[in-house]
Design a protein around this ligand. Structure first.
Ligand SMILES: *Cc1c(COP(=O)(O)O)cnc(C)c1O
Length: 428
């Protein structure tokens, strides 16, 4: 798609990332090739030295993956993106691109269970420490967690599974004062419903396995950079971005690539060494499914809102949590930061854990799966599944109550979805 035109979101979702030349396929092809041919040894050597742009090995870049990366960077409003094999790999790439052993991260505690494990346990073993903070704590309290060796502030725009809306203004202020990058996991809203770069984030990460793919068929992740963090003025704090990289003949990312320093290093250093690339086949599937992202997110959101309204008025339901539910304590914050509420809600039936399990077993249309954010309505009981590896205290800290049921509202007709929950509720 022509770059110099200021196209709207829906147009980028369909046509972004690919501008066919005369006689090229209209749809970006799947380049299932590990390697690429060059006429001379010198032209390939220039690619290795980062003196020229081009593909030479799919672990670093691939033409199909590049289409997805360009489109997604555009959708978020970033300068560039690197796609990864999963959301976990995207978080890993983010951390490894900024931190080494001895460094420290401050993260909201209200995040995906897999991220809690990755940050709190695996990175800890590698010498990178994380302090988890209550994202509703006052700004001074969050600031207290910042240390001289803190390199990153992390949170989720709309948390999984608690669907809590982040107070972007507060987190952006903490990061600005601490002079560290502020990264946001924007998986649940997708860039269609929330643009973290408009609210002070410097880096956005995603699990593409959720709404971006949207059909529960393909795993992926992505790291997008806004290109606005001033690494040059913080050379002491981020030496790997500023000091000469010996593995590239002493090149400095900041001096050579300017505002593309972070994203270039993510690819040519982290991706080169750790190899967490997405398969071109999966990049192609995700890219195709992104074409309908705006349509799907509108429907996911309206279905979830209608289901939340039904549940909140039901006598057997103790509580319902959906950011766009009128009367929700989150409603005004949700309206400020999110275009709509997205497709996930949580609720608790009266009768605790047992009632929750009975209800789950009585649903017919809504299936029990670990996944969220695809076209088919599904439910999950986090306390006994995704969050079972966390201790009871850790569960409560991430917002998991024993009766909590997470519903991912699909694209089916809302009458059928509500009827399914209505009959399951009458079974308890
Ligand atoms: C699912 C998820 C992840 C992890 O993504 P995978 O693709 O499953 O590795 C990270 N963050 C959030 C918010 C998620 O929902």
């Amino acid at each position: 798609m022509e770059k110099d035109r200021n196209y709207k979101f829906e147009t980028i979702a369909v046509q972004g990332g690919w501008e066919p030349e005369n006689g090229d396929p209209r749809v970006a092809p799947i380049s299932m090739s590990t390697t690429f041919k060059y006429d001379t040894a010198d032209s390939l050597a220039d690619l290795f030295d980062l003196k020229a742009a081009g593909h030479f090995y799919t672990r670093l870049s691939n033409p199909t993956t590049e289409v997805l990366e360009k489109k997604f960077a555009d959708l978020e409003g970033g300068v560039g993106a690197v796609a990864t094999s999963s959301g976990q790999a995207a978080t890993t790439m983010l951390v490894l691109n900024l931190c080494s052993a001895g460094d420290h991260i401050v993260s909201s505690s209200t995040i995906y269970g897999g991220s809690t494990n990755l940050l709190g346990h695996s990175f800890k073993k590698l010498g990178i420490e994380v302090t988890f903070v209550d994202q509703e704590a006052p700004v001074e309290e969050i600031e207290k967690a910042i240390r001289p060796n803190t390199k990153l502030l992390l949170a989720e725009s709309l948390s999984n599974p608690g669907v809590k809306v982040l107070d972007f203004d507060k987190f952006a202020e903490v990061a600005r004062k601490a002079e560290i990058p502020f990264a946001v996991d924007n998986t649940f809203p997708t860039p269609y419903l929330c643009r973290p770069f408009d609210w002070g984030a410097n880096i956005v990460i995603h699990s593409l396995s959720k709404y971006a793919d949207g059909h529960a068929c393909s795993l992926g992740g992505i790291v997008v950079d806004k290109g606005d963090f001033d690494y040059a003025s913080h050379a002491d704090k981020f030496p790997d971005l500023y000091q000469p990289d010996e593995s590239y003949h002493g090149m400095s990312y900041v001096k050579t690539f300017g505002n593309l320093a972070f994203i270039t290093k993510a690819r040519t250093h982290v991706m080169r060494d750790f190899g967490m690339m997405i398969s071109p086949m999966n990049a192609w599937l995700t890219n195709m499914n992104l074409e309908t992202l705006p349509l799907r997110m509108d429907r996911h959101s309206s279905n979830a809102e209608a289901l939340a309204e039904f549940l909140s008025g039901h006598p057997k339901v103790a509580w319902t949590n959906y950011p766009y539910l009128k009367g929700s304590p989150q409603f005004s914050r949700a309206k400020r930061y999110l275009k709509a509420g997205s497709g996930v809600l949580t609720f608790g039936p009266r009768g605790g854990r047992q009632a929750a399990e009975k209800l789950m077993n009585s649903l017919k249309l809504a299936k029990i799966v670990t996944h969220v954010a695809d076209s088919r309505t599904c439910v999950l009981h986090p306390a006994s599944t995704t969050h079972r590896q966390l201790s009871d205290e850790e569960q409560i800290e991430t917002g998991i109550l024993p009766e909590l049921i997470r519903v991912s509202t699909g694209l089916e007709n809302i009458d059928d979805i509500i009827a399914d929950f209505d009959s399951a509720l009458s079974a308890i």
